[in-house]
Design a protein around this ligand. Structure first.
Ligand SMILES: Cc1ncc(COP(=O)(O)O)c(C=O)c1O
Length: 376
């Protein structure tokens, strides 16, 4: 079976986890700090706050910016459901905007179409690693409306020659195994402002005023205080130790994925598919290689994926449309024709660092066969 993804992990990561365990410090501690510093250098942000997942990071980011009941937050429906859910965790309302037919991301025009006086923030997504045109969206935002980036998939992607991570006040990343850099589960909030970073650090651990490292390294007795409602959204030092090793491999990971994506693009050129490519304003890390089968229904797409599975190749549907899930039944939204087209006619092909040319050729052959045998 050719899997959809295989994390690129080896003895170095295993040693890092082993050493963290034997150090005796396994919960959030010095390794988390070290991971945060390394992340700032990789993502071009001033501060980084490690958390237990991108989902909890999005929740903290929105809460930390003051998003709450009565507020609207614009986001794409075409995203993993955690994007919209994070807005609901704050008691605010997700307002779905449609996406661009080429990049599958929000645009200035689609965002402008759903702004209201209640809009507090816009949660843009760099979908599948494809950079959003941030300037285009920022240009339509009224004063006081904040941008947050859901960069769960976008570590290693760039926007206007800079790594994703330094543009909006808060940018949230994931380290789930389907992402390039993984530590099992985990997330990072890239922050530009020191005071916001400090607040998020407190909020991730119950809003405690003294953290574990401070307590363990202090020669005077420290009594903590809890100034507001907080959560346990912490990362462990075992995860951070693995993340540090993974992050050092990011340039190699990005280069390899872009090579494999180029090979797919060449091999699939004659199949009449719409293939992903870099937009004018940046480069994608190809976290997913997502192709469109023009005019394809969801039923035919599923049949194609089943035929590939029968062939030993695990593809996946493209990005989901959150508004079509029962969890969003009855949730009001503007017409979302591009979102619905993408959700029906796109599929993701296997792509992982150690994928061989032979495996890639097998995927292409399998897709080619499925497209020709499964009737339109
Ligand atoms: C766009 C997007 N946002 C958020 C998430 C949630 O990430 P995590 O699993 O780290 O919570 C994902 C996960 O796939 C995602 O693709």
């Amino acid at each position: 079976m050719i899997p959809i993804i295989r994390p690129w992990l080896g003895p170095e990561e295993a040693r890092a986890a082993h050493d963290a365990i034997l150090s005796g410090w396994i919960a959030q501690g010095p390794k988390v700090r070290e991971f945060e510093s390394a992340f700032c250098a990789a993502a071009g942000c001033a501060h980084a706050v490690a958390v237990s997942s991108a989902t909890t990071g999005l929740h903290l980011a929105l809460h930390g910016l003051g998003v709450g009941p009565g507020d609207e937050v614009v986001c794409p429906s075409l995203s993993f459901i955690a994007t919209a859910n994070s807005i609901r965790y704050c008691g605010a309302t997700p307002v779905f905007a449609d996406v661009d037919p080429v990049t599958q991301n929000l645009t200035g025009a689609t965002v402008a179409a759903v702004l209201t006086p209640r809009t507090k923030a816009v949660l843009v997504v760099h979908q599948a690693g494809m950079p959003c045109d941030l300037d285009d969206i920022a240009a339509v935002l009224p004063a006081g409306v904040i941008m947050v980036e859901d960069a769960a998939c976008a570590i290693g992607s760039t926007y206007r020659d800079k790594p994703i991570g330094g543009y909006a006040p808060l940018v949230v990343f994931s380290f789930h195994p389907r992402k390039l850099v993984t530590c099992g589960e985990g997330g990072m909030v890239a922050v530009q402002d020191a005071a916001i970073a400090d607040r998020l650090r407190r909020l991730r651990q119950h809003a405690m005023t003294v953290n574990d490292v401070q307590r363990h390294t202090s020669t005077t007795f420290l009594l903590e205080q809890y100034d507001e409602l907080g959560w346990n959204h912490r990362m462990t030092d075992i995860q951070a130790a693995v993340g540090i090793v993974q992050l050092a491999k990011l340039p190699a990971m990005t280069t390899r994925r872009r090579q494999l994506a180029a090979a797919y693009t060449q091999a699939l050129a004659d199949l009449g598919l719409v293939l992903p490519c870099d937009p004018a304003w940046g480069t994608t890390n190809y976290q997913s290689y997502c192709v469109r089968v023009p005019g394809c229904t969801a039923e035919r797409r599923n049949a194609i994926l089943q035929a590939m599975l029968d062939d030993g190749v695990m593809g996946k549907r493209g990005i989901m449309a959150s508004h079509q899930e029962p969890a969003y039944a009855g949730h009001p939204h503007v017409p979302l024709p591009q979102t619905e087209a993408w959700a029906a006619d796109s599929l993701v092909l296997p792509l992982y660092h150690e994928m061989t040319q032979d495996e890639l050729a097998r995927v292409v052959q399998s897709l080619r066969k499925a497209l020709t045998t499964i009737a339109k």
